[in-house]
Design a binder for this molecule. Sequence first.
Ligand SMILES: CC(C)[C@H](C(=O)O)[C@@H](O)C(=O)O
Ligand code: SF4
Length: 466
Amino acid sequence: MPKTMYDKIWDHHVVEDRGNGVALLYIDRHLVHEVTSPQAFDGLRAAGRPVHRVDSIIAVPDHNVPTKDRDKPNPDPMSTAQLTALEQNAKEFGLDYIDMTDDRQGIVHVVGPEQGFTQPGVTLVCGDSHTSTHGAFGALAFGIGTSEVEHVLATQTLELKKSKNMRVTVTGELPKGCSAKDVTMAIIGAIGTGGGTAHVIEYAGPVIEALSMEGRMTLCNMSIEAGARAGLVAPDEKTFNYLKGRPYAPKGGQWEAAVNYWKSLKSDDGAVFDKEITIDGSAIVPLVTWGTSPEDVVPVTANVPGPDDFKDPAKREAVEKALDYMGYPAGTPMTGFKIDRVFIGSCTNSRIEDMREAASIIKGRKVADHIIEAMIVPGSGLVKLQAEEEGLDKIFTEAGFEWRDPGCSMCLAMNPDKAGPGEHVASTSNRNFVGRQGPGARTHLVSPAMAAAAAIAGHFVDVRNF
Ligand SMILES: CC(C)[C@H](C(=O)O)[C@@H](O)C(=O)O
Ligand code: SF4
């Protein structure tokens, strides 16, 4: 029977079939950060258990790390406690630990691929919902909770219920001015934040094939915002070229064997998907979120909708609440809407291509006077170095942007980078939830090009005519 890519990876990892679609699955790779791991290590210690396979783990701090003045003491005791715990646990259990001063440090979902740790066909977990990012390589990658982190550390396995298969095909050709962020936002706008629930989404079609690895990571990153367990893209020559020579990538004869295996992973012709969606990629336009859910997307050329634009009573109520929080009435035009702050970063959009996309808009221009702060935060120290080699940092700082050290930063207010109450933020991150970037802060999700253009203009603009 023809199989999907998800079926194949799942079947290769079953240790024991426990019936009713439940199986004990072998976990190949585990990324560990400071927020969701301390209790897991406490659990191991209490039970006197070692880590089962230390070579399956990379530990790296990202959420709490300050993005400037790292040589000064961290003023937040909670952050300090988590960062210290990670370092000590890594040392005690003998893990590969990348510290804050290492060039390889960054957001786990940027570091894994960059190190060649993320590979096609592996099962990869992390105590973090955006682990779906790694599906860009054809890895079965998903977020887990802290008790599961402990289970994987101790046993290298997880008991899981198999998800259903879903395929999202994006046809045509992506228009100029649009990037992977607009593709993922268009998909979530179309299917909603519940559209992928209980499914693993395989992304397919010419638009996906044309995306770079960075673009595919942006796309898979937000699978979780569509409710999906994971996202997947079939590995191809771009995937192999990206991985070749990276520190954790297979070497010598093992490389050929690995590529042969990776080529076998793609879904078979005739494989059946439980749910199929097709999106016309040629019709995608630059998008902006207007509300407090990633599905609240409108074209930048459109107006903010109101409750009357929706039929579902629950959605109507949610829209009213969202408008109240965002502080504008229905019908507000998005183009020209004034913003206060700009954040370019996060595991969605902090890779080298995102930096280049922002720089292409910013070059030779200045951040608008009223913008409180415009910040660019590379996803890793290696992205930072590469951007500096290309002179992008100069373009940013000359325009008036802050150029920071890598970390999660203002994606979530867990470190000193926060937006103030009532401020409207053009942000390249993935969640526009209430209070996500600081209490009372109002987030608008956009692509790096759209965020850069908004910083220069001081309000949202259609980047296609900028
Ligand atoms: C802190 C962490 C558990 C959380 C997640 O799981 O996603 C964070 O990364 C986020 O983006 O909200
Ligand atoms: S950058 Fe944001 S979304 Fe990504 S792991 Fe960090 S907090 Fe979560």
